[in-house]
Design a protein around this ligand. Structure first.
Ligand code: WQD
Length: 337
């Protein structure tokens, strides 16, 4: 199959690119490198020994994205390109609505020009808002507690309506829980461009000495140890879920939302302990106030992915920390060398 990856040089995009190339698909990556590095693509090419096309472009450049799609003629598009920092979205909502929502409309226009009617979308468990029950299944009510979450919810609605206009269209909305870890080689991984918002890259940077101390946001939640509980999923498992979703989109029509998580929750202190065990380094930390907008616990009912995609997560928290540490320790400054 011919697969077009927007944001294919990013953290999840580059791991999915590697999986898709390993399955001998023809691939075109479309990325503006605003939150990724060309070096990631070079390393995927080295790891797979496979060639692929790469177009440098912004998803909002409707002419360019349409030209790339018409020339490549994809069977399916995997849409990663978008902004994803919750805090930044609160500070700069218009940038998020423009990039994530208008950007998706620009992509869909280009897909129509190219006659491509299959898309796999990078959605997020954030569309569930504050959990009303756990584990979260795909029937849980949808709501957003921040502009980032709103953009994911809006794009889900756009894709559902887009699908309804064409009998042969397919949209798979993958609702990620908390992606962490790195490829076993340690050559590709998460490389946040400024202070990490997320737990695992921050812990990793403390362990390698780039940051002094981890602030644990809240120790008074109604959880096993008082700290926030999340469903961390290995990025390689997540990449394999995308490969399975591509196959599903090829043989099915309609719009399906699917959770991509392990179904297991882990607390902040669980992650710290697992990372210290995996790295042999200490992770100094201090308990501080809760972070506004955080929920106590969030983890998936991942049975629909098993039933529809034949996919389930296989890698545990220890492996997530081990691979995250291998990437970080081999690349202390990420792709900047
Ligand atoms: C995890 C836990 C924090 C940092 C967000 C987005 C979600 C997805 C993943 C994009 C929480 C605690 C964190 C720190 C801490 N992003 N924490 N100290 O908030 O569950 O999800 O990222 O798709 O859409 O909402 O992930 O890694 O930020 O936080 O104590 O320095 O770690 O309070 O309990 P989150 P996170």
């Amino acid at each position: 199959m011919r697969v077009f990856l927007t944001g294919g040089a990013g953290y999840i995009g580059s791991h999915t690119l590697l999986e898709v190339l390993s399955e001998a698909h023809e691939v075109c990556v479309y990325d503006d490198f605003s939150n990724s590095a060309p070096e990631a693509l070079a390393r995927v090419e080295q790891l797979t020994n496979r060639k692929f096309l790469a177009v440098t472009g912004n998803i909002l450049d409707q002419m360019l994205v349409a030209k790339a799609l018409v020339e490549f003629q994809p069977d399916v598009v995997v849409h990663f390109a978008g902004k994803k920092a919750v805090g930044e979205s609160v500070a700069k909502p218009l940038m998020y609505y423009e990039n994530n929502v208008v950007g998706t409309l620009s992509l869909l226009r280009g897909m129509e020009a190219a006659g491509c009617r299959r898309i796999v979308f990078s959605s997020s468990a954030t569309v569930y808002g504050n959990p009303q029950y756990l584990p979260l299944d795909e029937n849980h009510p949808l709501s957003a507690t921040n502009p980032y979450g709103q953009t994911k919810l809006m794009v889900e609605h756009i894709l559902r309506d887009w699908c309804a206009t064409q009998l042969d269209a397919s949209a798979v909305l993958l609702r990620y829980f908390n992606p962490v870890g790195a490829h076993d080689s340690g050559k590709i991984g998460e490389d946040p461009h400024d202070i990490p918002n997320n737990l695992m890259p921050f812990v990793s940077q403390v362990a390698v000495g780039r940051r002094k101390k981890l602030q644990v946001f809240g120790g008074d939640y109604n959880t096993s140890d008082g700290t926030g509980v999340r469903d961390y999923i290995h990025v390689v498992d997540l990449a394999k879920a995308h490969a399975a979703a591509i196959s599903f989109a090829e043989t099915h029509t309609g719009c399906e939302a699917i959770n991509v998580g392990t179904g297991q929750g882990a607390s902040v202190l669980d992650v710290v302990a697992a990372f210290e065990a995996a790295s042999g380094r200490s992770v100094p930390n201090e308990m501080v106030e809760r972070r506004p907008g955080d929920v106590a616990a969030c983890y998936a009912d991942a049975s629909k992915a098993q039933n529809l995609l034949g996919w389930q997560a296989t890698r545990d928290l220890a492996d997530m920390c081990k691979t995250a540490w291998k990437w970080q320790s081999q690349n202390p400054n990420g792709y900047q060398g």
